[in-house]
Design a protein around this ligand. Structure first.
Ligand code: PLP
Length: 355
């Protein structure tokens, strides 16, 4: 089965071989305070910085999931109020998690429309918020923030702490790391790896800001202290770290080809209206890494069922759009050949009246 599910998603094919290599290296049985682990952690972080062009003075952390990062941010970085700007299910869940921790009165929400091109003026009602929570790529509805938006928020509000959920973006598209303070992503989307780990990227000013609460294992100031020695506060996902280092080293992480391929997918869908219509009509907010196609329920059911029989797993819709859309991931681990095969099958399925 070729999977186009937007997470957990297709793994890079070389992961199969890397799994054996990591096993044979013995690192999986090594203590996480040992020099062997420290060398692995340091090398993985060095590769992340090099391949994703993360500034040298940023600090990187390994966490267990993007969801955990939502919690760490709410617990360690909101001073008074956070403001959540979102248009889909993941951004909303982040606000929900934060609200539980800091209280409803401190958690502002600025929902926006699916086809709305956000501008810095939309943030005028930020009020007293000191942390802004943005979702770079909203995997649930296949939108992304408009190009240049994060940079313009940074210029307009230099004091504001900006946190970005980049789960379906990091590793897929180049990110303006200098323009935000916290970026995080789990590895099961654009890194083509098994779920169960996330990367958190912090600007130099995060360390001064995070208060210490030693009651929590994932207290951010404790995480900084451990990371000074390339270590974690808990026993980390060593397999995940080792696999990440290998896929980073073995690939070119330039985003040009992926962006072109996304454009090809959008053109293909527009040219084949029998497949449904794009959920996002506004081209400047269409995600590069996942596309959502809207179709009537019966057609949707037929496309998904027949595609599955032919060996192509399409992603279900998510959240509010669960029943009216299907999603196709355009993550780096999906090969050009598999995507072309899917397009060819979809086109022929209609011609041959399979659907
Ligand atoms: C998948 C996803 C998450 C959840 O990731 P976990 O690793 O399950 O915590 C969060 N945010 C976005 C934007 C996602 O796409």
């Amino acid at each position: 089965m070729k999977s186009f599910y937007p997470g957990p998603s297709t793994l890079f094919p070389e992961v199969r071989h890397y799994l054996t290599e990591v096993y044979d290296s013995g690192i999986l049985s090594v203590n996480h305070r040992s020099s062997e682990f420290v060398a692995l952690s340091q090398s993985c972080i060095g590769l992340l910085k090099e391949k994703l062009q993360i500034p040298e003075d940023y600090t990187l952390f390994f966490t267990s999931s993007a969801t955990e990062c939502w919690e760490i941010i709410a617990q360690s970085l909101v001073i008074n109020q956070s403001c959540h700007v979102y248009n889909g299910a993941f951004g909303e869940k982040w606000a929900d998690v934060t609200q539980e921790i800091i209280g409803k009165e401190n958690c502002h929400r600025l929902p926006f429309g699916l086809n709305e091109v956000l501008q810095v003026q939309n943030l005028e009602s930020l009020d007293g918020a000191d942390l802004l929570a943005l979702t770079h790529t909203e995997t649930s509805n296949a939108t992304c923030l408009p190009e240049g938006f994060i940079e313009s928020v940074r210029l307009e509000y230099p004091q504001l702490f900006i946190a970005v959920d980049a789960t379906s973006a990091m590793g897929g598209v180049q990110l303006p790391f200098v323009s935000a303070d916290i970026w995080f992503a789990s590895v099961q989307k654009c890194f083509g790896l098994p779920a169960g780990m996330a990367i958190m990227v912090c600007s130099p000013r995060v360390r001064e800001r995070c208060g210490s609460n030693t009651k929590r294992y994932n207290d951010l100031s404790a995480m900084f202290d451990r990371m000074d020695a390339w270590q974690t506060t808990y026993t980390p996902n060593v397999l995940g770290i080792a696999l990440l280092a290998k896929v980073l080293a073995g690939r070119n992480w330039d985003d040009t080809a992926l962006k072109n391929r996304a454009k090809g997918l959008y053109d293909f869908t527009t040219q084949n209206p029998q497949l449904g219509s794009l959920l996002i009509a506004e081209p400047s907010v269409r995600s590069h890494t996942v596309i959502a196609v809207q179709a009537p329920e019966l057609l949707l059911h037929n496309i998904k069922t027949q595609a599955k029989q032919a060996g192509f797993l399409l992603g279900n819709g998510y959240g509010k759009w669960a029943k009216e859309t299907y999603r196709i991931a355009n993550f780096p681990a999906i090969s050009d050949g598999d995507l072309e095969a899917l397009k060819g099958w979809l086109k022929n399925a209609f011609k041959n009246q399979i659907i």
